[in-house]
Design a protein around this ligand. Structure first.
Ligand code: HEM
Length: 125
């Protein structure tokens, strides 16, 4: 299975369940909670979901609405320390466990998140 087969395998619904499981954990988190827009968590959820849908073989809604992802640039306003990165990954790993998608897409997504999350680190502490 390639990255771009994942949308066909898990569908809109798979991404929606995964990203909902991730965002559900955000408000109560001491590191990540304060970074996300409290009055637009649903918008933030849609942005990450649509980005992933497009990246993994589905409709390109994210690029149509937001343009080129430029993820490092878009994260520049937020203090992404190694601790924030590890917390983000812990939440995403929990969301992947809870969502229980099939093993192959789960492994590919886990690997992708792990690499991109490390790339987002923009300050040491
Ligand atoms: C490493 C820890 C990370 C932290 C602390 C973090 C934090 C944030 C925050 C606070 C936002 C703004 C929420 C909003 O959209 O209003 C955001 C947006 C976003 N993040 Fe992250 N993020 C992290 C990792 C990642 C990773 C690994 C990905 C991709 C797999 C990602 C993809 C996105 C996308 C697509 C957006 C929306 C950008 C936009 O269009 O404005 N982030 N992130």
């Amino acid at each position: 299975m390639d990255d771009t087969d994942i949308y066909a395998a898990i569908g809109e619904e798979g991404f929606a369940r995964l990203i909902a499981a991730f965002y559900k954990q955000i408000p109560a988190d001491d590191i990540l909670g304060p970074m996300y827009p409290r009055d637009d968590l649903a918008g933030a959820e849609a942005r990450l979901r649509d980005f992933l849908v497009g990246r993994f073989g589905g409709p390109m809604r994210y690029i149509e609405q937001r343009g080129h992802p430029r993820l490092r640039m878009r994260h520049a306003p937020f203090p992404v320390t190694p601790a924030a990165r590890d917390r983000w990954m812990a939440m995403m790993n929990r969301a992947l466990d809870d969502t229980a998608l099939p093993p192959e897409p789960t492994a590919l997504l886990r690997e992708f998140f792990d690499q991109v999350a490390t790339m987002m680190i923009n300050q040491e502490a």
